[in-house]
Design a protein around this ligand. Sequence first.
Ligand SMILES: O=C(O)CCC(=O)C(=O)O
Ligand SMILES: [Fe+2]
Length: 299
Amino acid sequence: MLIDIPSELEAALIDCSLPLWKLDGAFLAQSTMGRYRAELKVTPQFEETAAILRHSLTGEGGGYAVLRLGNLAKALGVDDRFQRLATAFAAEVAIPFSPFPRWPLWKDIGVKVDKDPGKSSGIGYNAFHMDLVNGTLPPDYTTLLCVRPDPLGGGPSILSDARAAVARLSEDSRALLAESAYHYGTFFDLFGVGEEYKPFPILDGSAPGEGFVRFTAKMLERSELGQAHADAARELAAELVRGQVSLMLQPGDYLIVNQRRFLHGREALHSGQEAVPVSDRRLLLQLFLRARAGNGSAA
Ligand SMILES: O=C(O)CCC(=O)C(=O)O
Ligand SMILES: [Fe+2]
């Protein structure tokens, strides 16, 4: 769902200046969230906009949202003040945190022509996945703030309803996906996402909206899997593609994905990235969110 910021709210947000944020370990400090909330709740239509955002992420049939902050990005530039506003909107959904202790709260995803093309910051097709898939407690939300789209016009984001894709599979395939037969990637030096989960089941029997469809199509190429389990995972990957929506993030667009409902990925960037100066290439900023206690898994 695309969410526009009402123009009176935009005007008020351009005038308001949020303080620097503080971290409490890996998490955005409670004091910062309180301060941001106090500053923003008095702006016109902020509460309504935040409620629409939460509903589009956790309401019936929901699971992702694009908050269109492009006018704010234009007015403020995409540096600190703008990032504080995006952080404040994120904090209306759940608690911002960084699983990577050595990196700042927001992590750059640029474009690297020599990286594995199918991984984060690579130039190729980034297949359907959830972020931090191999932690026992992946982030409830992953969020991507678009600073610059691909100047050559490639790289639309792709999203797919994971439960809906699973529901279209045969019972036999679902039974295979429920076995602890899957693994992906390495796990070290991570905060706030539990322990390494290896091997893991893709389906854990949890109710819709709880638990995760713990999946990354990247494991089809990069992990050794048994034949039958790999085939079932390939069927799921195909169903995710069948059900996908794709959208091109514009400057200032803020994509928020409820990882308990939707999986995400990205189509390949346009060919010819080598010729684009690094400072002109596509740039996203990534932030993860943990649902507040008591909100259970849903919000
Ligand atoms: O580049 C993108 O749009 C998506 C990147 C992504 O999903 C990731 O780095 O986890
Ligand atoms: Fe991702």
